[in-house]
Design a protein around this ligand. Sequence first.
Ligand code: IMP
Ligand code: MG
Length: 186
Amino acid sequence: MVTPEISQVLLTEEQIRVRVRALAAEISHDYAGRDLLVVSVLKGALYFLADLTRMMDIPLAIDFMAISSYRGGKGPSGAVRLVKDLDEDLTGRHVLLVEDIIDTGLTASYLLRSLQARDPADLAVCTLLDKTARRIAHTLPIRYRGFEVPDLFLVGYGLDYRQFHRNLPYIGVIRDDFLRREPASS
Ligand code: IMP
Ligand code: MG
């Protein structure tokens, strides 16, 4: 799919597929025989979660949260509002938080605090993309990571710019002149 807003394809469909398959195999191996609950955040992780869990060959349950981040003029504050909470009880479960991208890490940090308070047996993070350059929260339990990516604004495979471009099958860099200098939504 060729789109004029994209300046560069960073990760092709094939690269994503190969990496996601490897992550699925690793996670299936590590969590075999445990009560795995995969928890994800709407909407950015939607394709990653769907592909990852489809490639896993162990029993698992899936649950969702939805959040909205407050992004002021001074960049991310880490303040997150829970718009939809989980349906599942986490007590004693092996919980894997699946994220599309971790940037400053403030969102994941907030979510992990909220999940940890519900007494899971174990809590870890799987992120498709790890944008380490802007990390503020340095102690996240990122057990699985798809790709380390540079500090560029990425869209596709679930990632959006103002809710658009999520459905691109690859991950691309959005052209600079399409990014207006206003607070971004997540
Ligand atoms: P953090 O709290 O700074 O780690 O922000 C994480 C959230 O910011 C992600 O879940 C995305 O919604 C959004 N985000 C960060 N970088 C990008 C990007 O390159 N493209 C699209 N969304 C992004
Ligand atoms: Mg997100």
